[in-house]
Design a protein around this ligand. Structure first.
Ligand code: UDP
Length: 388
């Protein structure tokens, strides 16, 4: 079989690219080391008819109509708006921290005053990153910012990343800004919904094409060779000169020659029980590690179209340093955005430029924090630019 493209990884980046090539009548081979498609968005229905996201909760939201139109070819949707509560001073209050959170945590007089000061300074419906709020000239707002910093961000971030906020790129905490609003949704995007039959079914449809062949349980470097001396790529012993799309770890591809890039991992403790566990789909625990060693708990049936179920299933989420040999934490989830890691990534990226037919795409390969919609869009754009 002569392939027009080899794609390594069957997550969003790989699957969207595969579909695009296939529809252009190109023969596609996908190599996937996991035993399933969909990457970390993989989900399945358990024996109690609860859809579990094996690698943790994935919530679809976007402002990109192009992405919605594209994915809608492979799935129907049901409306779903994600809401999160965080444990602060023994109460579960809305996260992102908003005007309701203030009302629930302070007495009426203090709350009214804090809300007024915030509204006066920023205006209603304004999102203010915590690091910006801490720089306010208004001492009352600054005090509130310190409270939020301490109670929402400081310990959660330490648990999640094992770095302090100061050591990480501001883009990490900017994802969850303080919201001068009563809107308690986690996202404000125009389109918020979930695939009716789950993400895995959506990927199955996307990849179900006569021009796409998928090899699961296949480690790319077992069948391919990247020769850094000559810039040539080999597949099953023969030189492969067509496009190669790589969505895995950049340092792995280079044999870790300059040391390991840091990725963050998660481990999920799945618990099945009777009844209902909590009052929001996701409850965050921004408390010190010594009090709660996990960051959040997600209750899956509450995000389903049909929430009625006498049973329930929760994921208790534990962050780990990524280590492929560890028992827990052996799947890369996030790139760790320190200056050191960013510099090391650039070194690897430069070395990989020797391969003229190689494209790096996705969270892991590009060392970026892509959401599902953003990587779908990036893959669509990348395909256009490659085939121009
Ligand atoms: N964060 C936090 N406390 C929270 C929620 C988020 O400190 O209650 C910070 C934390 O550093 C986290 C980042 O904001 O890694 C981004 O959160 P988000 O929920 O977007 O993370 P994801 O769902 O991508 O893991």
């Amino acid at each position: 079989m002569n392939y027009d493209v080899i794609i390594i990884g069957a997550g969003y980046a790989g699957a969207v690219m595969a579909r695009q090539y296939a529809e252009d009548n190109k023969k596609v081979l996908i190599l996937e080391k996991k035993s399933h498609i969909g990457g970390n968005a993989y989900d399945y229905m358990d024996e109690n008819h609860i859809r579990i996201h094996e690698y943790g909760p994935h919530l679809f939201h976007t402002n990109e109509k192009e992405v919605v139109d594209y994915l809608s070819r492979f799935t129907e949707w049901y409306p779903y708006e994600h809401r999160v509560k965080g444990l602060i001073n023994d109460k579960f209050v809305p996260i992102p921290f908003n005007l309701t959170s203030i009302e629930e945590l302070f007495d009426k007089e203090t709350a009214d005053n804090l809300k007024n000061e915030l509204i006066k300074e920023y205006g209603m419906e304004k999102k203010v990153p915590i690091l910006e709020l801490r720089k306010s000239n208004n001492p009352e707002v600054r005090n509130l910012a310190e409270f939020i910093f301490e109670k929402v961000f400081k310990y959660y971030t330490m648990k999640q990343w094992d770095y302090s906020i100061e050591q990480l790129s501001a883009t990490v905490t900017d994802r969850v800004p303080v919201f001068v609003s009563y809107d308690d949704r986690y996202f404000q995007d125009t389109y918020q919904m979930m695939p009716k039959e789950g993400f895995t079914a959506m990927f199955e449809k996307m990849l179900n094409h006569p021009n796409i062949e998928i090899r699961l349980n296949t480690e790319a470097l077992d069948v391919m060779k990247f020769d850094f001396e000559t810039g040539k790529i080999y597949f099953e012993g023969k030189e492969f000169t067509n496009d190669v799309i790589y969505t895995g770890l950049a340092d792995y591809l280079c044999g870790y020659r300059h040391g390991k890039l840091e990725y963050r991992s998660l481990w999920f403790d799945l618990k099945v029980m009777d009844g209902t566990y909590q009052t929001a789909v996701t409850c965050n625990y921004p408390t010190p590690k010594e009090i709660h060693p996990f960051t959040r708990i997600t209750e899956y049936k509450l995000m389903m179209e049909n929430k009625e179920n006498p049973k329930t299933a929760i994921h208790v989420e534990y962050p780990f340093r990524y280590d492929e040999d560890a028992e827990k934490g052996n799947i890369p989830y996030y790139t760790v955005f320190t200056e050191e890691n960013k510099a090391l990534y650039e070194t690897y990226k430069k070395e990989l430029e020797v391969f003229k037919n190689l494209t790096l795409l996705g969270r892991l390969a590009e060392f970026r924090y892509y959401n599902m919609d953003a990587i779908t869009k990036a893959a669509l754009d990348k395909y256009k630019s490659l085939t121009k």
